[in-house]
Structures are given as structure tokens and as C-alpha cells.
Design a protein around this ligand. Structure first.
Ligand SMILES: C[S@@+](CC[C@H](N)C(=O)[O-])C[C@H]1O[C@@H](n2cnc3c(N)ncnc32)[C@H](O)[C@@H]1O
Length: 320
């Protein structure tokens, strides 16, 4: 773990993938506590530049502290990676990173409501200026919608039983705290020797819904891709199958040498085109046993890396 208290996942693999060099320009769309950003700035010394953002203003503060030693070589702003193109020029970057999800320092702050181990309000917003909170989902959403959410965003096998139990409980009064919800889930799904806390999946699903993380990813991948020059690379670390599927579909569509007119892929109707991308590694990279033993949070991480080999007609990418 570095001094920030957050251990960057697949750090060596990200640096290897993005190949930082002096004078290069990089973006970190999820700068968090600044661990990956620091490694990119160090490897691109003396004059590589990094633009970074995070939806969480507190995390931007952590990153600013973490990166102080690289003063003059980075710019950080609070906001979504889908908005990076508002202040970083299209086609100007050699490497772009998105390390999705939540960071350990957010989890360790009970007041943010991300952790089922710490008492706190049911909040879970990356950006506390936005609505709704997790309390809204838990107390206001229809039981059917909650069950779908737990199943689709948490892969929770007991989704219906948990959603129904929440529905019953909130008739007695609103659920307001993390431990109240975690205890309720644990009563419905007893642990019985399993290593994961019974509320792990429910909390993951709520966090993804509260922050519309899949919608953000859909919008953000396009935006991040536009930042790259031809020859530049996009690295994305996903922690959830729904995220990884979207990254894979995004890469596949750009690595094809044909476009699909319309909704369905009818082979006879395909129109040839030059591919925009190539996969740098055929399969997703995963952390090894040493990393997962040191940092259990890394266990579900999948890193995919795409290289831009040609510009789309409207993405502003320039040749190297
Ligand atoms: C896993 S952490 C990143 C950790 C970082 N790579 C490091 O080394 O410290 C993910 C971060 O992404 C932020 N985040 C999640 N979705 C985002 C989005 N759409 N745009 C910008 N930041 C986002 C979260 O607030 C969180 O701080």
C-alpha cells in the first residue's frame, strides 16, 4: 500500500500498457487517491503531463496532495470522465486510464455510506451534490425495481428475498443507516461460513445505481476515446461483469473492419471500413495471487487495453 492508504490495482500492468514517456500527455479519468497518476507522472519525467478528474471533490483533494511532488506537470478537476473533453483537447493524449468503482479511502470513511462494516448514513454518492442517495433507493424504489437492481448490478441470488424484506421493514419506518441495512440483509442471507459478507452484493448494486455507473461508462468510453491521438492507448479496469461487458463491446465495435448499418448484425449488409482500434492484449489482465493476497479488493479486477490505430471521422485524433 502507498502512503495514501489506497493501493492502486494492477499498477505495473497499467504502466506497461500505457508506456509513459517523457513529453507524453496522459489522462486519468478516475484519479482517486492519485496512485496510478503518480506512477504515470513518475514514468514520464521530466516533462510528461497528466490531466485528472474524479466525481468526488474529496478524492481530487487527496490526489492533489499525493501529486504535489509533480507540481506544474498536472491539472486536476472535479467531474466525470465523460466531461474530460471539455478541458482536454481531442486527439492530444498518448494514454488514458479509467479505474472504475470506489476507492479504499471512500470505503474507509463511514460518513460516506459505502461500507457495510462502518456505521453511516445510506448515502453512497461519489459526488455529494447529486441525487439520489442510497436511502432514496432503499426507502422509495418499488420492491420489484430493488430486486432487479440487486440481481442485475449485484449478481445477488437472493435478490427477491432481500427486496421483499426491505419492503416489509420500511413499513415500520425508513431505513437510514448502513448497519441497519447490512444487518437486515444478514438476517435474510445468513453467512454460513462464506468469506463474503452477505451484504457485499447489495451494497455494490446500490452504489452502482446511485451513481449511474453503467450509464456513466457508456457515455465516458466515447469521451475518453476521443482524447487519444492515433497510436495512443486506453486502459480500463472494471470490477463488475456489467462494466467489463461494456468495455469489451466498445473495443469490439472499434476493432471491427466493418460497420453494422441498423440495429441487427446481418452479415450480408455489413459495410467494410478501416478498424479504429486493436486490442493490446487478447484477454483481460487479472491480478495474480500475490496482489490479491495483499489487496483482496483487487480480486475481481479486469484490465483491458485498446490502442487507437485510426481516427473515427469525427473524433479529432491526430497521427503521431
Ligand atoms: C478505484 S478508484 C481510483 C483509484 C485511483 N486509480 C488511485 O490509484 O488512487 C475509482 C475512483 O473513480 C471515481 N469515479 C467513479 N466514477 C467516476 C466517473 N464517472 N468519473 C470520474 N470519477 C469517477 C470514484 O470517486 C473513485 O475515486
Amino acid at each position: 500500500m502507498d502512503s495514501s492508504g489506497h493501493e492502486p490495482v494492477l499498477l505495473a500492468e497499467v504502466v506497461e500498457a500505457l508506456q509513459p514517456r517523457p513529453g507524453g500527455r496522459y489522462c486519468d479519468g478516475t484519479v482517486g487517491a492519485g496512485g496510478h497518476a503518480a506512477a504515470l507522472l513518475r514514468a514520464s519525467a521530466p516533462d510528461g503531463w497528466l490531466g485528472g478528474c474524479d466525481r468526488d471533490g474529496t478524492a481530487v483533494g487527496w490526489a492533489r496532495e499525493r501529486l504535489a511532488e509533480f507540481a506544474g506537470r498536472f491539472e486536476l478537476r472535479q467531474g466525470s470522465f465523460a466531461e474530460l473533453g471539455d478541458w482536454v483537447a481531442a486527439g492530444s493524449c498518448d494514454g488514458v486510464l479509467a479505474d472504475l468503482g470506489v476507492n479504499s479511502r471512500q470505503l474507509d470513511d463511514g460518513a460516506r455510506g459505502f461500507s457495510f462494516r462502518l456505521e453511516g448514513p445510506l448515502d453512497m454518492r461519489f459526488d455529494p451534490r447529486q441525487e439520489p442517495t442510497a436511502a432514496w433507493w432503499v426507502n422509495e424504489a418499488a420492491v420489484d425495481d430493488l430486486a432487479r437492481l440487486f440481481r442485475e448490478l449485484g449478481d445477488e441470488p437472493a435478490a427477491w428475498a432481500i427486496a421483499r424484506a426491505i419492503g416489509r421493514e420500511r413499513q415500520r419506518g425508513p431505513l437510514t443507516t448502513t448497519l441497519q441495512l447490512a444487518d437486515l440483509v444478514a438476517r435474510v442471507v445468513p453467512r454460513r461460513g462464506r468469506p463474503l459478507h452477505p451484504a457485499t452484493r447489495v451494497f455494490q448494486a446500490l452504489r452502482i445505481a446511485v451513481n449511474d455507473e453503467l450509464g456513466e461508462l457508456e457515455r465516458g468510453l466515447d469521451a475518453l476515446w476521443k482524447l487519444l491521438r492515433v497510436g495512443g492507448r486506453l486502459a480500463v479496469i472494471a470490477f463488475h461483469s456489467g462494466e467489463d461487458r461494456r468495455v469489451k463491446a466498445f473495443g469490439r465495435a472499434r476493432a471491427r473492419d466493418y460497420v453494422i448499418p441498423g440495429e441487427r448484425d446481418v452479415p450480408e449488409l455489413r459495410q467494410p471500413c478501416a478498424p479504429q482500434a486493436r486490442w493490446v492484449t487478447r484477454k483481460a489482465l487479472q491480478p495474480g495471487a500475490v496482489e490479491t493476497a495483499r489487496n483482496p479488493r483487487a480480486r475481481s479486477a479486469r484490465l483491458r487495453v485498446l490502442e487507437k490505430i485510426g481516427p473515427a471521422s469525427n473524433d479529432g485524433a491526430t497521427a503521431p
